[in-house]
Design a protein around this ligand. Structure first.
Ligand SMILES: [Fe+2]
Length: 551
């Protein structure tokens, strides 16, 4: 019995990883001996349920046993978090517990399809990930969890169409940047009411930082640095009912940006020039908390092996979050990791590192610099070269088109964005050109503005052909830049067809064989509860014709 449960967790491992996982079965079997049945004194599903990673035959189901915070609205230490959990569950930190899941073919839960159990324990924050395979392609499913006699809310999810299926539509909701303090998750409430196939979340799911000027509702705790502190931050965000509703209604496909760890980090560097070994320990804590709270499974980096011990705790040294997804014959989608492998920002201030606006930074053009890391660059280039589907979508964290400003004193760039990685951007667009593929659309977030732009090998040079198109979604809540600055950016960058930073929301992306249409849905800053979202603008890309145009 224990063995079967354990084997269920091996589904996505590479063969060497499976061997290692099996070698450590002793350890897991030992933990299972101390398995406990919880006696809940509070709802253990306070953070809701979620699903993600829609494949033609599988989805990933998520929940976390979390019976509410120790004291609502207040920060709790690691010790207090554990004591609170023990008191409300009857489970000790040395026990594990089996959580069962069920998946159904109908909303009324009368047609069971699959069921199973997953072991969880304190070392993985009592999080639960169940990859359910053997499902039918292009189908909606409903699911729920059980723990100690308590039943979770019901979630809805769906599988992708078969990889070779003829598909007439994909509808996505694009979202990013949801600073909890700066607004309400009205956009998520709206997304939960939409008929979309999945949510593509492009980063800044939590924020570590605070800005007292724009605080509608406070974070608990200070800036997170430890696993317990990152867990508390994630739990706070997931206690928002609108965010839970959006997770429960649609599968999500996710990548991350910087604020899941700390502003402007780059691989092993942070803006404070912390010793990389110290920073990597913080990053590992942040990544672990991320995986504990998201419907995302941390695959190993290319060439790396995910050990059973790593999966047991979700403390994966080099997790791979970049992935390739398909939607029938209609779409290839690559979700990219723009943080874990990037070169540090160029022309850094020696006191306060990270990104900044800087004049005449030659280092930005250094061909040795990379945003994605060379392995991920090559993986993407090979994927583009081999792509035979109608559309090629890139889901990446930030804005690919240039936001430089030409001044009498020289060219000013923002070094944390792709302008700080100009040669890497040129390599990406050269890969598009060399692959001889059209219908490439980059989807981004991070900059807290809606953008529609043309992508050329030489930005803003009318002699350089448009190779691809860009749609960037505004933030769910996070405040955008001022209009004066944005007007200067628009004035210096004719490739930008649309840029507005004054409104919050998300973007509906409708993909058909004939076109991709983006509809920017927004409400003024700050996003208020129950606000109605309106259409700010619509842009489209026609099949066979690179470039955005207003609709
Ligand atoms: Fe952001």
């Amino acid at each position: 019995m224990q063995r079967r449960r354990f084997l269920q967790s091996l589904g996505s491992l590479t063969l060497p990883a499976v061997a290692q996982a099996l070698a450590s079965m002793q350890l897991s079997a030992h933990a299972a001996e101390r398995m406990g049945t919880p006696r809940w004194r509070a709802d253990p599903f306070a953070l809701g349920v979620a699903s993600g990673e829609p494949r033609p035959d599988s989805v990933l189901l998520w929940t976390r046993l979390f019976p509410g915070p120790a004291v609502p609205g207040e920060s709790a230490s690691a010790h207090q978090q554990q004591a609170n959990f023990e008191e409300k569950s009857g489970l000790s930190a040395f026990q594990s517990s089996a959580v069962s899941y069920e998946i159904y073919a109908d909303e009324n839960l009368t047609q069971p399809v699959r069921k199973g159990e997953v072991l969880t324990h304190a070392q993985r924050g009592w999080s639960v990930h169940a990859r359910v395979s053997g499902l039918q392609p292009d189908r909606t499913y409903w699911y729920r969890f059980h723990s100690g006699g308590v039943v979770s809310p019901v979630g809805r999810t769906r599988t992708a169409p078969a990889a070779d299926a003829v598909v007439s539509r994909l509808r996505l909701a694009l979202a990013s940047c949801q600073h909890y303090e700066q607004g309400h998750y009205t956009a998520h409430a709206d997304m939960a009411r939409q008929d979309v196939d999945f949510v593509l979340f492009l980063g800044d799911y939590i924020y570590e930082s605070t800005n007292p000027r724009y605080r509608l509702r406070p974070h608990t705790g200070g800036v997170p640095r430890t696993l317990a502190e990152y867990r508390e931050r994630h739990a706070l965000y997931k206690m928002d009912a609108d965010l839970r509703a959006c997770h429960a209604t649609h599968p999500w496909v996710c990548t991350w940006d910087d604020h899941e760890v700390v502003n402007d980090y780059a691989t092993d560097q942070d803006a404070a020039y912390t010793d990389p070994a110290v920073f990597l320990a913080r990053r590992a804590a942040a990544y672990q908390a991320y995986f504990e709270h998201m419907p995302v499974w941390p695959a190993g980096a290319p060439g790396a092996v995910v050990t059973a011990a790593e999966l047991d705790t979700l403390e994966v040294a080099h997790p791979r979050i970049h992935q390739h997804w398909t939607w029938g014959q209609l779409v290839d989608l690559w979700t990219l990791d723009c943080r874990q492998y990037r070169s540090a920002q160029p022309c850094r201030d020696p006191i306060k590192g990270g990104g900044r606006v800087v004049l005449s930074c030659g280092e930005a053009d250094d061909p040795g610099r990379s945003m994605l890391g060379l392995a991920q660059e090559q993986w993407l280039a090979q994927g583009l070269a081999g792509s035979r589907r109608r559309w090629r979508l890139l889901g990446q964290s930030t804005q690919l088109s240039s936001t430089r400003i030409d001044t009498p004193l020289g060219r000013s760039i923002y070094t944390d964005g792709w302008d700080g990685y100009a040669a890497a951007r040129a390599r990406l667009l050269t890969a598009v050109s060399d692959a001889g593929v059209d219908n490439v659309v980059s989807l981004g977030g991070d900059v807290h503005q809606n953008v529609a732009a043309q992508l050329r090998l030489r930005p803003n040079d009318a002699q350089s052909p448009i190779l691809a198109s860009e749609i960037v979604t505004t933030s769910i809540t996070s405040r955008g830049m001022g209009e004066n600055l944005l007007a200067r950016i628009r004035g210096s960058n004719p490739d930008i067809a649309h840029a507005r930073s004054d409104e919050r929301g998300y973007t509906l992306l409708d993909v058909s064989p004939q076109r991709v249409q983006a509809r920017f849905l927004t409400t003024p800053f700050p996003a208020q509860p129950g606000a109605a979202l309106g259409t700010q603008a619509r842009y489209q890309v026609l099949s066979g014709k690179a470039g955005v145009e207003p609709v």
